[in-house]
Design a protein around this ligand. Structure first.
Ligand SMILES: NC(=O)c1ccc[n+]([C@@H]2O[C@H](COP(=O)([O-])OP(=O)(O)OC[C@H]3O[C@@H](n4cnc5c(N)ncnc54)[C@H](O)[C@@H]3O)[C@@H](O)[C@H]2O)c1
Length: 377
C-alpha cells in the first residue's frame, strides 16, 4: 500500500472519529493507499500534543496554515466548527491538497459554492463527511430503491431528535457549545441535524424542489462562554418543514434539541407503491421493510439484520450475524474515498453534492422567516 499522508484540523468529537477511521481502514479493506497520521493541528499546543500521542500522529501544528504549507501532507481533513470550513478548504485546495470536510459544507450556500469552485478549479479530490450514507442498513436501502423494489415513491419522512439544550444554563460559544452560537454554527438544528436527514434524503430519493418551514428558538438568551455576558441566541432550537421532491413525492422533516428523552434519534421512512423501508439510528444495523409482493398470509414488516457478507460493506468485517456500529460508518467513508482515488470515480458526497444540502437548509431558514414556500434551486 502507498502512503496517503493525512493532516487533520480540529481534534474534538469528529477529530476522534476520523482518526479512528484512518487507523482501522487498512486492516479491514484492501486498498491502494494506506492513511498515515502525519500531523494534527489545533490552537492549544499541549492539548494537540496529548491528542497526537493518544492517536499516533507523527507531529503537530498550532496553525492550520502551516499544516497546509507542508509538503509532506496529501489530504487536509477539516473537523473544526462550521465557520472555519470555507477558509481552510479553499486554502487547502489552492495549495493542491485533497480536501475532506465535515458537514454542513459551509455556513450558507454562497460560501459553499466558493468551496466547490475552489476544489473544482484545483482539480483536487474532495468529500463531505455525511457518514450516515455509509451505515450498511442505509446503503442497503439505497440499493433496494435503485433496484426499483419500492416502485413509485409517495412519501419520505425523517426526524433527528435530541434533548441536551433544554436547560437555559447551557452556554453558547466555546468548546462543544459553539453549536449554539450562530456566528460559528451558521444555524441551529437545521444546519446541524437536519443537514444529515437532508443529505440522506437527497441520496435516496433525489432532489428537493421546494420547502415550507417553521423554526423556533425556545431559549432567547444564553450566556456566551467567551464574553461571559448574556447574549441573544441566534440559532433555531427546533425546525420542521414540508418538502416536495422532484419525483413528485411529499416529505416531512423535523429536528429539535428539546425532545426530552431523545439523545440522537435519527429515523427515516420511505413509502413506495410496492414496498416501504424504515431505519432508526438507535438500531442502526437493522433495516425494516414491508414488501407488498409477499404472499398475503405472511405479509408484514420484516426486520433485516444487515450483517451478512452479501450486504453492503459487511464482508469486510466479522462473520454473519455479528454487527458493527457508528464508528464504522467513518471507516467505510475513508475506504470509499480511497477507492475513488484508485478508480478515478470520486466517492460521494463530493463538495458539489454537499452544496445541494446547503441549498435546502438555506431555503428552510428563508421559509421560516418569510412564511412562504421557498425554492431550493
Ligand atoms: N458527521 C457527523 O456525524 C458529525 C457529528 C458531529 C459534528 N460534525 C461536524 O464536525 C465539525 C466539528 O464538530 P465537533 O463535534 O468535532 O466539534 P468539537 O467542538 O468537538 O471539536 C472542534 C475542534 O475544532 C477546534 N477548533 C475550534 N476553533 C478552531 C480554530 N480557530 N482553529 C483550529 N481549530 C479550531 C477545537 O479546538 C476542536 O478541537 C462541525 O462542522 C460539525 O458540524 C459532524
Amino acid at each position: 500500500m502507498k502512503p496517503l499522508n493525512i493532516g487533520l484540523v480540529g481534534y474534538g468529537f469528529m477529530g476522534r472519529t476520523h482518526s479512528n477511521a484512518y487507523r482501522q481502514v487498512s486492516n479491514f479493506f484492501p486498498l491502494e493507499y494506506r492513511p498515515v497520521l502525519k500531523a494534527v493541528s489545533g490552537r492549544d499546543a499541549a492539548k494537540v500534543k496529548a491528542f497526537a500521542d493518544n492517536w499516533g500522529y507523527e507531529s503537530i501544528e498550532t496553525d492550520w496554515r502551516k499544516l497546509i504549507a507542508r509538503k509532506d501532507i496529501d489530504v487536509i481533513d477539516i473537523a473544526t466548527p462550521n465557520n472555519l470550513h470555507a477558509e481552510i478548504a479553499i486554502a487547502a485546495a489552492q495549495a493542491g491538497k485533497m480536501v475532506l470536510c465535515e458537514k454542513p459544507l459551509a455556513m450558507n450556500t454562497p460560501e459553499a459554492l466558493k468551496m466547490v469552485e475552489a476544489v473544482e478549479k484545483a482539480k483536487v479530490p474532495n468529500m463531505v463527511w455525511y457518514n450516515y450514507r455509509r451505515v450498511p442498513a442505509v446503503a442497503l436501502a439505497k440499493q433496494l430503491i435503485d433496484e426499483g423494489k419500492l416502485g413509485k415513491i409517495f412519501h419520505y419522512r425523517a426526524k433527528f431528535l435530541q434533548d441536551w439544550t433544554i436547560n437555559a444554563d447551557v452556554p453558547q460559544g466555546g468548546a462543544g457549545t459553539w453549536r449554539l452560537d450562530v456566528n460559528v454554527a451558521g444555524s441551529g438544528v437545521t444546519g446541524d441535524l437536519l443537514a444529515h436527514c437532508i443529505d440522506t434524503a437527497l441520496w435516496l430519493n433525489g432532489g428537493i424542489d421546494k420547502v415550507t418551514a417553521m423554526t423556533e428558538t425556545f431559549v432567547k438568551e444564553r450566556k456566551h462562554s467567551e464574553t461571559g455576558k448574556m447574549e441573544k441566541v441566534g440559532i433555531d432550537d427546533a425546525s420542521a418543514f414540508l418538502a416536495r421532491f422532484k419525483n413528485g413525492s411529499l416529505a416531512t422533516f423535523e429536528s429539535t434539541r428539546y425532545a426530552r428523552g431523545h439523545k440522537a434519534l435519527y429515523t427515516l421512512e420511505i413509502n413506495g407503491e410496492n414496498a416501504s423501508l424504515a431505519w432508526d439510528l438507535h438500531d442502526l444495523h437493522r433495516l425494516q421493510m414491508f414488501d407488498h409482493a409477499d404472499k398475503g398470509y405472511v405479509r408484514g414488516w420484516r426486520s433485516i439484520h444487515v450483517t451478512d457478507g452479501d450486504q453492503p460493506y459487511m464482508k469486510h468485517w466479522w462473520v454473519p450475524g455479528l454487527q458493527i456500529g457508528y464508528e464504522e460508518s467513518f471507516v467505510h467513508q475513508v475506504a470509499d474515498f480511497i477507492q475513488g482515488l484508485s478508480s478515478g470515480k470520486p466517492a460521494n458526497p463530493t463538495f458539489r453534492d454537499g452544496l445541494e444540502t446547503d441549498k435546502v437548509t438555506d431555503a428552510v431558514l428563508k421559509s421560516a422567516r418569510t412564511g412562504q414556500w421557498e425554492s431550493c434551486q
